[in-house]
Design a protein. Structure first.
Length: 53
């Protein structure tokens, strides 16, 4: 189960980084900041869940 959560976090970070790069590249700052906030929230939740195990 822990391995699945780690794989989920890795894919979330890769997808989030790509999304941020594309949105900043197109000049969509509002969308990029929203993606950054969601990425930060989900990373925090994932690492909190891993730390509890």
């Amino acid at each position: 189960m822990v391995l699945l959560l780690i794989l989920l976090l890795v894919s979330l970070n890769l997808g989030g980084a790509l999304s941020l790069a594309l949105q900043f590249g197109r000049g969509e700052l509002g969308a990029a900041l929203g993606s950054l906030a969601l990425l930060t929230l989900l990373n925090g939740l994932g690492f909190w869940s891993l730390r509890g195990r």
